[in-house]
Design a binder for this molecule. Structure first.
Ligand code: SAM
Length: 232
């Protein structure tokens, strides 16, 4: 699967793409993670990507033309010729605009988006992005939560991780995704413990639940089922 992030601050995503499971997924060619500097699609000497808002007011707004050109340029034009990737119902590209006023991103969106060959992610900055991008260029306007960030780069990392975890072989058996929180709406996974068996925290000894030390796998499974729950 291919991710194309369009941003005016590409360095923010650099170490993200070079660490841990995201780096490994690239090495294994499970994902292709590309970061594009929006300024590449400007023509003027100053590489201008923003302008003042019509009607006045504070802040600057990212303009349509560089974003439109960037999306056109990175969008996959057809399904890759690999027959293995040409199953019926394959979906090609989805253009995402990150916005504090977008639809809240959930695990079921991550699952749905993991079926595409390519996600193009547009990161806003400043006061935001010309509304015509949301209406006529992006397929979806997505928020990662009800708060306002400086830009769409953190949301792009959030979406990349959430989607990559769901791709075959991106996560080893050690860290199974099958029983994780949010596998169904509201589902919360059981708690985890590791060494030491007991530890003093704020003056009180805190122990690992006995059943987890018992070696009785049936009982452990029952305990885990009991401790998993659906949030109301
Ligand atoms: N003026 C905008 C508003 O009130 O909704 C906020 C703009 S914010 C400072 C700049 C950019 O950060 C946005 O265009 C968007 O791309 C990104 N952003 C901020 N908060 C976000 C959130 N909760 N989810 C997704 N993207 C967000």
């Amino acid at each position: 699967m291919r991710f194309d992030v369009i941003t005016i601050l590409p360095n923010i995503l650099e170490s993200f793409s070079q660490e841990s499971l995201i780096a490994r997924a690239q090495k294994k060619k499970i994902i292709f993670f590309n970061v594009h500097n929006l300024r590449k699609w400007t023509k003027d000497r100053h590489k201008t990507v923003d302008d003042r808002p019509y009607g006045g007011g504070a802040g600057m707004v990212l303009m349509v033309p560089p974003i439109m050109k960037a999306v056109e340029s990175v969008k996959l034009k057809m399904i890759p010729p690999n027959p293995l990737l040409q199953k019926r119902g394959d979906k090609v590209s989805r253009v995402i605009l990150f916005s504090a006023k977008g639809k809240r991103f959930t695990q079921s969106d991550a699952r749905r988006l993991s079926k595409y060959k390519q996600l193009i992610m547009i990161c806003g900055r400043y006061e935001g992005v010309d509304e015509r991008v949301a209406r006529h260029i992006a397929d979806e306007e997505i928020s990662i939560g009800d708060y306002v960030l400086f830009g769409g780069e953190v949301p792009a990392m959030v979406m990349t991780e959430a989607v990559t975890r769901l791709l075959p072989n991106a996560v080893g058996k050690i860290e199974s995704v099958e029983q994780e929180s949010h596998k169904k709406i509201g589902y919360i996974e059981h708690p985890h413990y590791t060494r030491p068996e007991e530890i003093k925290i704020k003056g009180k000894v805190r122990r690992v639940p006995k059943v987890l030390l018992s070696g009785n796998h049936n009982e452990i499974e029952k305990w885990r089922k009991r401790k998993s729950k659906f949030k109301s």
